[in-house]
Design a protein around this ligand. Sequence first.
Ligand code: NCD
Length: 304
Amino acid sequence: MKHLIDPMDISIDELESLFKLAEEIIKNEDDFNNICSHKILATLFYEPSTRTRFSFEAAMLRLGGQVIGFSEPGSSSVMKGESIPDTIRTVGSYVDIIAMRHPKEGAPRYASYYSQVPIINAGDGGHQHPTQTLTDLLTIKRTKGQISNLTMGLCGDLKFGRTVHSLIKAMSRYENIKFILISPQELQIPEYIKMEILNKKNIPFIEVERLEDVIDKLDILYMTRVQKERFFNEADYIRLKDSYILDKEKLKLARKDLSILHPLPRVNEISYEVDEDPRACYFDQVEYGMFIRMALITKLLGVM
Ligand code: NCD
């Protein structure tokens, strides 16, 4: 693995070794606080972010490295019309590794063709978000003890939600996974995910509209926000934005050992009262995201 653009760029063996390293970092963080000294990460964020950018930056700083970058393309030469290849060639001559988020699908892959340093896709449009998937998989492994033999409900905006697309791709390689895809008709999972992954690999899945009808069957419930920024018109967003609100009442129907995940940010789809429920894992998930990124940076830089 030189770059991480798509969740399939990481083999199952590489995933296992990343999880192992993340666990070591969680246990003995002090042993790792200098291993990236003299290394620099650039975060090139052409789209808003809180968790992903900060967790990359915190990860690099905790490894003893340094960070440069932008969170607003408006403050860089992008505004003067600089192309992705030129920006990447330039930044790549200053730094050792780049994390890039871009509203255009495929932009990080395009960047990787011109980069002399590893590129990590930190989210490209409504397409993929492989490091969120690493975060999600580590959370599942830690809460369930395994990533196989699970019935997973994915709920909300399955059309534009890149974290959902990446997670389905990555989970499709584990044994005995069943998906229950819960969304309004207009926000159903893209056809290419059904054709190229679910159908091709004979992975059982059903598509439903009501969360209440299926919540009792789930080991994991992965909630997502309706992706406002990917809608063509605001009226559709307003009509669909509150399609699902997970609250205490609905959770009464769920199993005691359910794990609730959410990539965050949340808008309305999980009410705050759920945060106190022991089944809510989304703030642990945030924390694991930083540790798995520490492991990923370490591996991609080849410092361990
Ligand atoms: C997600 C993203 O950017 O796709 N956020 C994140 O990185 N944790 C999910 C979202 O924005 O809804």
